[in-house]
Design a protein around this ligand. Sequence first.
Ligand code: TGC
Ligand code: FAD
Length: 389
Amino acid sequence: TPPVHPFDLLDIDGLLSEEEREIRRTVRTLGERELRPHVAEWFESGRIPARELARLLGGIGVLGMHLTGYGCAGTEAVPYGLACLELEAVDSGLRSLVSVQGSLAMYAIWKYGSEEQKRRWLPGMAAGETIGCFGLTEPDAGSDPGSMRTHAKREGTDWILNGTKMWITNGSVADVAVVWARTEEGVRGFLVPAGTPGFSAPEITRKLSLRASVTSELVLDGVRLPADAQLPGARGLSGPLGCLNEARFGIVFGALGAARDCLEAALSYAADRTVFARSLASYQLTQQKLADMAVELNKGMLLALHLGRLKDAGRLTPEQVSVGKLNNVREAIAIARQCRTLLGANGITLEYPVLRHANNLESVLTYEGTSEVHALVIGKALTGEQAFR
Ligand code: TGC
Ligand code: FAD
């Protein structure tokens, strides 16, 4: 019998195609060679070379990789998920960059944009030459985006936008912002190029989580846009929420990357560390922790893969994505915290990845729908009663 692999107790690898394993290998290699050596420094300084990273990731085709045409790779959902997993194994901030670029900003244009908008923006975004961001959340409207205040008013054929968006990934480095605003006809999406008068994107600093990621405010102060800046295919809140399904799907896989990296560090640490004259790995309490974590990681992988196959079959529902996001992020953060206990004091440093991942996962638990929001989505599916309001 082959040796038991802690990250693949259930032989989930056997359920992947050769192409899926190849894409995973490519992203893992890039992550280990080009990203991991720098990530602790990016996290500590709170600065990342975003443009360089975007080009690097565009170069291997992961930006908007599950979209078709316009320079996008056109892969299925599972390879996209595996790419998210491998990037998040390095740092959630890197997966965030890819989620926001591909699943939020590019997807919004790909799904709701005019032919002209798609031709103008998507090829550069797929290549990583052009960076996008996605502005839905506001200082006073996060879980309840329907209460947004940012509004767009018509002036002749132009639109005038006013309002503030908050916590926007890639905001300060973006060349184009997808901004959601209320209009007299309901919520609509707009493409705001950086440099448009009245538009600014100050960076949010002093974060204790997702430090290897740019997070910003978007300020819209009388921003004048031509009629063709509006996304013609998006009508109402289902526009932005439709994009969130895509990004949430990536997180279902991604969060497991952070968990795997923590478990890898903890296993190796437990094998090397001597406590009370024996290896830490030899104690029953340690093995209970390791076994529980490996079981959750493997169950999470099965869930992610199942949702990926449903997505490729065109049968994935938003409620199923909520099951995946709620479970896999909740388990990933529990694993990261448990791994930290195994590393003792060493676990609190940047010499090891565990507390960095745990801190990042605090953001992952909150963004793309908090765990409470996803529980309520599932609760509504179970009972038919909505408990949001
Ligand atoms: P509700 O009345 O239920 O729905 C309004 C309209 O939207 C439709 N809808 C959806 N459509 C597509 N996908 C979904 N998942 C959808 N959920 C709802 C719905 O059918 C309806 O359409 P229509 O045509 O009838 O108008 O909406 P509600 O106001 O009661 O809110 C429901 C709730 C709470 C689930 C929703 O608002 C929500 O998901 N809140 C969480 C907000 C959120 O996730 N924000 C994320 C911002 S982006 C981000 O965090 C990026 S971080 C990325 C990174 O760095 O990786
Ligand atoms: P709130 O909605 O104020 O929630 C506060 C608490 O109340 C939470 O625990 C929540 O679960 C709970 N709660 C809310 N409603 C209910 C209810 N009905 N019943 C019970 N409890 C409830 N947004 C973007 O648009 N684009 C981005 O690129 C983006 N990037 C982000 C990057 C980072 C690092 C972070 C941290 C956030 C980002 N966000 C982004 C914002 C994110 O989507 C929001 O933070 C999230 O949706 C929650 O909103 P909030 O922070 O306003 O919390």
